[in-house]
Design a protein around this ligand. Structure first.
Ligand SMILES: Cc1cc2nc3c(=O)[nH]c(=O)nc-3n(C[C@H](O)[C@H](O)[C@H](O)COP(=O)(O)O)c2cc1C
Length: 354
């Protein structure tokens, strides 16, 4: 087993649990839905179900890529898979390179499919791996979707990280052609710009997770593992999650859009969907609850999340998940300024109606 890789995985978990998000703001606070006093439905009529990648979800939430690949990590992935199965959520595993290199740690990933045989499960590898390795990651957990992560900032801080990025687009194209499932490209908390999204969409990918700044901060995590005063500025780098989503949505690309970065509850979920995301991804917040308070607390949190989402839908006038995308909303503060300067027209959001 690669001892260094295992230690890195444990350290990522420890720091992600111990650290607060930020210092950048995610921008979700700048997005305001409009209260509709004259309620139109009974609470029992509110429907949070949806279909994503031909699988049924009870709520528009994916437990985003976190971990796997070192002894003991099947405990975390097992608990997350139980939650995904019980509540009908999607689930992505953490990067599977360790499982591709070393068969002994495969059970730490395979457990998610064992526990959740019918659910929406996403494989995860770096966008830099070979097409054969990408296929192996999909087969390992009979994944429905393959996530390819772009994590340049993280790699550049890591002493052992990659420094060669040339050819990444061509490699994604080759992976898309070789794997049998839809490919989603994701960031890991620094956001996707409209320029990057446009280039990625030409490579045949089927989905994007904008994974913007404001939640888990991998610059912070890597600098805590390996302090480097000269790279401290990277803690402030990245596109805030809400701004990244608005930038990418504006392009109207034919891809499924996942929004992640600093999403902790139903208010951010409904805002992300109202801005045009098809589903929300949550990593850090679920991990913190699981590790600090245990599986029962996470169970309770997700149960409450669904109830809260129904309440929010009711008081903003949406009966279904599809309705959320047509809700009027107001964009304030830094997110508004960002959009003005990046050519994202936001006037359409405030006066639309279902
Ligand atoms: C401990 C930890 C490990 C992660 N490992 C991966 C990974 O292996 N692959 C990946 O694509 N993203 C990884 N992520 C990033 C998340 O999937 C997500 O994009 C990012 O944390 C932003 O979401 P959040 O603010 O809800 O945490 C990891 C996140 C955490 C907290």
């Amino acid at each position: 087993m690669d001892q260094k890789r295992a230690e890195r995985k444990y350290a990522h978990l420890d720091y992600a649990v111990a650290m607060e998000g930020g210092p950048r703001s995610s921008g979700w606070d700048d997005i305001q839905l409009v209260h509709q006093a004259l309620l139109e439905y009974d609470k029992s009529e509110i429907d949070t179900h949806l279909e994503l990648f031909e699988k049924k979800l009870t709520m528009p939430v994916v437990i985003n890529a976190i971990t796997g690949g070192a002894p003991g990590l099947e405990k975390i992935n097992g608990a997350l898979a139980r939650m995904a199965a019980k509540f009908g959520l999607g689930l992505a595993v953490g990067s599977q390179t360790a499982g591709i290199r070393d068969k002994k740690v495969r059970p730490t990933y395979e457990i998610v499919r064992r526990i959740n045989p019918e659910g929406l499960i996403m494989a995860n590898v770096s966008a830099q791996v070979s097409p054969d390795d990408a296929c192996e990651a999909v087969e390992m957990i009979q994944a429905d979707v393959l996530q390819l992560h772009l994590n340049g900032v993280q790699e550049l801080i890591m002493a052992e990280g990659d420094r060669k990025f040339r050819g990444a687009a061509e490699n994604i194209l080759n992976i898309v052609e070789k794997v049998s499932v839809p490919v989603m490209v994701k960031e890991v908390g620094f956001g996707i710009s409209q320029e990057a999204a446009l280039r990625l969409s030409r490579l045949g990918i089927k989905a994007l997770d904008i994974s913007g700044a404001g939640g888990t901060n991998f610059a912070d995590i890597e600098l805590a593992r390996n302090p480097k005063k000269n790279l401290e500025f990277l803690r402030y780098w990245g596109i805030p999650a809400a701004s990244s989503l608005l930038e990418v949505k504006k392009l109207g690309l034919p891809v499924t859009l996942m929004a992640s970065g600093g999403i902790t509850g139903s208010l951010e979920i409904i805002k992300a969907l109202a801005l045009g995301a098809d589903v929300a991804g949550i990593a850090g917040s679920f991990l913190k609850t699981l590790v600090k308070e245990g599986e029962e607390a996470l169970d309770c949190k997700i149960q409450n999340m669904q109830e809260e989402l129904k309440i929010l839908m009711l008081i903003s006038g949406a009966q279904t998940i599809r309705d959320i995308k047509k809700l009027p909303l107001v964009i304030l503060g830094q997110t508004r300024k960002w959009c003005e300067q990046r050519g994202v027209s936001i006037s359409g959001y405030s006066c639309r109606h279902i």
